[in-house]
Design a protein around this ligand. Sequence first.
Ligand SMILES: Nc1nc2c(c(=O)[nH]1)N[C@H]1C(S)=C(S)[C@@H](COP(=O)(O)OP(=O)(O)OC[C@H]3O[C@@H](n4cnc5c(=O)[nH]c(N)nc54)[C@H](O)[C@@H]3O)O[C@H]1N2
Ligand SMILES: Nc1nc2c(c(=O)[nH]1)N[C@H]1C(S)=C(S)[C@@H](COP(=O)(O)OP(=O)(O)OC[C@H]3O[C@@H](n4cnc5c(=O)[nH]c(N)nc54)[C@H](O)[C@@H]3O)O[C@H]1N2
Ligand SMILES: [Mo]
Length: 753
Amino acid sequence: MATQHDDRPDFTPYPGPSGGWGSLQSVAEIVPREKNVVETGKELLRQNKHDGFACVSCAWAKPHPPHPVEFCENGAKATAWEITSQRVTPDFFRANTLTALRAWSDYSLEEAGRLTHPMRYDRATDKYVAATWDEAFASIGSRLKGYDAKQVVFYASGRASLETSYLWQLMARMYGNQNLPDSSNMCHESTSVGLKTAIGVPVGTVRLEDFEHTDCILHFGQNVATNSPRMLHDLRSARKRGIELIVFNPLKERGLERFTDPQNPIEMATRSETQIATQYNQVRAGGDLAAMMGIAKWLVEHDAVDAAFIAEHTHDYDAFAAKTRATTWDEIERESGLTRAALEKAAATYAKAKATIAIYGMGLTQHVKGVDNVRMLVNLLLMKGNIGRPGAGPCPVRGHSNVQGQRTVGITEKTELAPVAALKERYGIDSPTEKGLDTVEACGGIIDGTVKAFLSLGGNFVRAAPETRLLEEGWANLDLSVQIATKLNRSHLIPAAGETWLLPCLGRIERDYQATGAQTVTVEDSTSVIHPSVGKVDPAGPHLLSEAAIVAGIATATLPPNPAVEWDAWVGDYALIRDEIAAVFPHFFARFNERLKEPGGFWKGNKAAERVWDTESGKAEFLVPDTLNATGFADRAARYRLLTVRSNDQFNTTIYGYSDRFRGINGTRQVVLMNRDDMRALGVAQGQKVALAGDADDNVDRRVEGLMAVEYDVPRGCVVGYYPECNPLIALAHHADESHVPAAKSVPVRVVV
Ligand SMILES: Nc1nc2c(c(=O)[nH]1)N[C@H]1C(S)=C(S)[C@@H](COP(=O)(O)OP(=O)(O)OC[C@H]3O[C@@H](n4cnc5c(=O)[nH]c(N)nc54)[C@H](O)[C@@H]3O)O[C@H]1N2
Ligand SMILES: Nc1nc2c(c(=O)[nH]1)N[C@H]1C(S)=C(S)[C@@H](COP(=O)(O)OP(=O)(O)OC[C@H]3O[C@@H](n4cnc5c(=O)[nH]c(N)nc54)[C@H](O)[C@@H]3O)O[C@H]1N2
Ligand SMILES: [Mo]
């Protein structure tokens, strides 16, 4: 069962465009495998429509009116994966000990199917055994009552709805902490911190219609064809208008090179393609600060800036301009790995453009200087007044389908972002004022034993976080682990020393019936638009509860009653939860239930988009970076920069299969992609097995063995591996300054031959 699928690895470069026939074929392979062809086909047509369900894959904006078919290859895989007809029942657990299951691959664990019963870990047999919901809530509640509130962590992966997320943070604050790390802490927290300090809002300002008005796109470190494929339609239409699209990425990602629209019969029939990037810069991993400095230097020296905007709207420009002049091209070329000529060309193109969008993803945020990366990109936009007008602005591409929304409704470890006064007024609650634990701090607490209980609203924390070996060792010493999940994963297989619960929930695609009938939930996309989502298929089993009901069950069993907090009534009618959200966050959610009827969802608003700067100085802030190397470590002999990436066949730690089609890596994920000259210098042959060893200066042994070396077009000194397989190489301390996002895109490693 523990399929590794690496018996026949194949590394043939992929000749086709992104999208196109390959994408249809890829969907055609996964749907039958999940044995639910009819349902999946029907449901795909409802995906991302106003009366349908919001896709459970990425957070990219949903157009209104929608295209006839508003899903993509990877959205289709996510749907098929969730509504699979395979089940993980109590029988499955009777047949498998946790020790045995720990040998299974991430793929096989989730492929086994949907969880169907609440399960408790039984140490005597090393198996999960079925229990009732009442037993689960009572037991969890009685344990939670016994801890010091500081010892408990409430983690959220970014999928749960606004309604459930609101309940989750309320439960934590009533319990007495704001240990509310979420997947955003590993992802776009560098955005939330960087944009907030620079322009006063923690989110991007770009909306879908801006793609119709832009004439230039700067694109940094985001793999669109794989991670937000629906965005290719927006890029393609913009490119058809002849706009410039300048990419910075160490890898030649196919979706950024060319695309065939699988929904366009003529393009499909004629096999015609749209060229996406007009300039492609293979920057070194961690070299973006330098690349952006090059562009800024050119703009300053050619006086190609918007002086009126800078004078009226920004602060600290002179110091920044002085820094660009003082920085030498030598340093810029060395740190970025790009030529002066290439950067001057990019700068001249940008200088000419009237309205520019800056798209970015994990390639900027997951570095030690990830926050500086984000702010440097803002510097570039501010130089030309590219925030707060049509066709322009920062466009961080968020990950999970509701990760941005979870932050909006109070899932945050930061007191200044918590709705302290509103919770006091509405429920009489004294919210905790001490900052809570973020992801890195929660890992630290698990490793050093100060965290006793870990509750997970979705996700796969042990696999997603860095420092895998120490984290798994620490996890086994927890007193309580509670995992609310749809499918089995590694985080469920390391039992706590005390008690472990695995609680199965409904997925978003499933009908959610409560006391008042079928329920609607809501999510926020990357462009701050709030959408309703209504489940359409039958639940995976009769024993599943909705996430909201599970949170309410734990809360009721744990917290003293509060007449203003009506867990049961709220779960009976989610519209009541939306009323609570509207009361506590009126600036975004006033008349929430009513506005939800607006076709296409409603925009929650954005001050920076109106050029109102909610910053320290009241203006948009230029950042003066103090280094051009975003990695946080120095180059030295035998040290490589490892960037960990997603394949085209996974959603985070969910592995759909072993085909990273666009990169031509098939049949295995146990690979390290290397530059041909680095392979020669090390004497490594194509397909040879090597190990990677962590190269942090802390004497901790970090190692991943058995990786096949594959020659790849990647800058010298950079090597590429897959997430989560390479997470054991990332030291916990190797994270972004300020935002604490693990620096997964530049990890210091050695190649051990
Ligand atoms: N199908 C699918 N969709 C997804 C996900 C998924 O796993 N599968 N995950 C979701 C989530 S949670 C998130 S956060 C997003 C993630 O989506 P992305 O932000 O696209 O994340 P990654 O695939 O990790 O890597 C992004 C890109 O950064 C590049 N890169 C690496 N280092 C650097 C660097 O130093 N500089 C630059 N300029 N580029 C660099 C890599 O080559 C890669 O192309 O996608 C979301 N959508
Ligand atoms: N090295 C490296 N590490 C990384 C990254 C990287 O690029 N490189 N990326 C980081 C990023 S951007 C992120 S966002 C994190 C992701 O970290 P997580 O969000 O913790 O991980 P996922 O893999 O998305 O979680 C998958 C699990 O979620 C559960 N699940 C799925 N749907 C539902 C649902 O509807 N409800 C509930 N309750 N559970 C559900 C299933 O059990 C599934 O096994 O990983 C981070 N880790
Ligand atoms: Mo993410």
